[in-house]
Design a protein around this ligand. Structure first.
Ligand code: AMP
Length: 505
């Protein structure tokens, strides 16, 4: 009986009273405590009728119990579907319907809003609050800490993570046990993780970065994590002295640098700082090494592929690059029109292939075929080049993705809401530099003939429909949108025109 992911990440820690999660108040959850919690939860899932391959959607706050729910899914063979806590009930409805989730775990505050939906879809609704209380934990408390691990194969699904869709529809990226396990092994080795490491974990756990990169690498190495509910500058500064490694989005590092309390001494004992999920400015890289003497290690990955490239542990970590393809991952730059591989130094679309690359989009065979070639190469949608020393540089995003504070925002989703508003003829949402978040969405509106859109009322409507991180930082009314001869809106023109609108004093 095997279950490669459980056997690789969790089973080796059975009976070990070594620290796994160190909580903000200093409480410690050992590996053995954590496995016990996971086993109890696995019993609850099975008793609720979930079978291997069924999906469990969880929109819950970060907590040890929420992480144990991921482990419980792996152990029972259930496919884990974590959801951003900022999503509104309307947004969550789509993910639950599309995935056909048989169980939905939510915060007590969302229970009433989700109950009718769960009822309609025949999904079981249970509650897990931020403090670990709720009907899920109540049900788990009486269960055994031993659970017979469900048999799974390496290509069976372990998780379904939704990405935003450029056309307004989100796609569920199907990640297999082997996709996750292979990446955890490679990263732990590349970044020299051991059981002596303590990772400062301030990332969310509904996204590949905090859930898989940070957690799986710590698990496979047998190390510990200081598990903070979110990035809070004071808390991070307090806990840094007890950590050896930190993983973050670029915003974490700019916020640390902005604090006078962050000094050379705060980072003196640290072994490694890793950055990813959005471009790290070369300027941030340089400032960080001036202050701390550490070169941040930047890596590149995405929901569909896990991690693809990394700057070297030993060797030059070059600012403005994402390093080399990881062992086992092939990366090539191709011509977007012909798919032919381009010569070194030329900009084209980044394609990757390897055990890390996902199985396809959930129930979207056409979309999968468009982006995942028959030979296994995945067209990432990112544009980049390989420089003369083999480092990969990302130069842009083919899909006009906006990355704000590490979160992905597809302009289309906001444009659809703006277009519906009274007085609006059409809209374009662009990324504009933002001092704190790296980028923020800005909405450009064209008035319907003879009308003047009420931007305050429009912002109010947007707030009701979209998660907070998607709210435009500014709405601007213009006479018309710039278009090319093919009728396509030239967002690059708008980006240039409004480049400093949020930073200009
Ligand atoms: P996600 O699926 O949320 O992980 O977002 C993936 C996207 O984030 C990638 O396709 C890239 O556009 C972007 N990304 C991730 N890491 C980096 C990086 N180090 N530099 C630039 N962009 C990045």
């Amino acid at each position: 009986m095997t279950n490669p992911l459980y056997d690789g990440l969790f089973a080796p820690h059975a009976g070990h009273d070594t620290p796994f999660l160190i909580l903000p108040d200093g409480a410690i959850l050992t590996h053995s405590d954590f496995l016990g919690q996971a086993a109890r939860l696995a019993h609850v899932l099975v008793k609720a009728g979930l079978k291997p391959g069924d999906r469990l959607a969880a929109q819950v706050h970060k907590s040890p119990q929420a992480l144990a729910l991921y482990a419980a899914c792996v152990q029972s063979g259930v496919v884990f579907l974590p959801l951003n806590t900022a999503y509104t009930a309307t947004e969550v409805t789509y993910f639950i319907e599309d995935s056909g989730a048989r169980m939905v775990v939510c915060d007590g505050k969302s229970e009433a809003a989700l109950a009718p939906l769960a009822d309609r879809l025949g999904a079981r609704l249970t509650v897990l609050n931020a403090d670990g209380s709720g009907s899920l934990s109540d049900a788990a408390s009486g269960e055994s800490k031993q659970f017979e691990t469900a048999t799974r194969k390496g290509d069976d699904l372990a998780a379904l993570l939704y990405t935003s869709g450029t056309t307004g529809r989100s796609k569920g990226a199907m990640l297999s046990q082997d996709n996750l396990l292979s990446n955890a092994k490679v990263l732990a080795e590349e970044w020299r993780f051991t059981a002596a490491d303590t990772l400062l974990h301030a990332l969310p756990i509904f996204h590949t970065h905090g859930l898989f990169v940070a957690t799986n690498v710590s698990l496979i190495a047998g190390g510990a994590m200081i598990f903070l509910p979110k990035f809070d500058l004071d808390a991070v500064l307090t806990h840094l002295p007890r950590s050896t490694v930190m993983m973050g989005v670029p915003t974490f590092y700019t916020r640390l640098l902005d604090s006078p309390q962050f000094t050379h001494d705060s980072a003196a004992h640290m072994r490694l700082f890793v950055s990813g999920s959005a471009p790290l400015l070369a300027e941030t890289h340089a400032r960080f090494s001036e202050v701390t003497g550490h070169a941040i290690l930047e890596r590149y990955g995405m929901t569909e592929t896990n991690m693809n490239t990394s700057n070297p542990y030993d060797g030059a970590r070059r600012a403005g690059t994402v390093g080399f393809p990881l062992p086992g991952t092939e990366l090539k730059i191709t011509d977007p029109d012909t798919g032919e591989t381009l010569p070194q130094g030329e900009v084209g679309q980044i394609e990757v292939r390897g055990a890390n690359v996902f199985q396809g989009y959930w129930q979207m065979p056409e979309k999968t075929a468009e982006e995942l070639r028959a030979d296994g190469f995945f067209i990432t949608g990112d544009l980049g080049l390989i420089d003369d020393q083999g480092y990969v540089q990302i130069v842009g995003r083919g899909k006009d993705l906006i990355i704000s504070g590490g979160f992905n925002i597809y302009p289309k989703e906001i444009e659809l809401v703006l277009d519906e508003q009274p007085g609006v003829l059409e809209s374009a949402v662009i990324a504009v530099s933002h001092a704190d978040f790296g980028e923020a969405p800005v909405g450009i509106l064209v008035s319907a003939p003879g009308q003047a859109p009420d931007t305050d009322a429009i912002m109010e409507a947007v707030r009701k429909q979209l998660a907070r991180f998607k709210h435009p930082a500014r709405l601007i009314v213009v006479d018309e949108l710039p278009r090319n001869t093919m009728g396509k809106v030239q967002k690059n023109v708008l980006r240039d025109q409004f480049a400093d609108i949020l930073t200009k004093k």
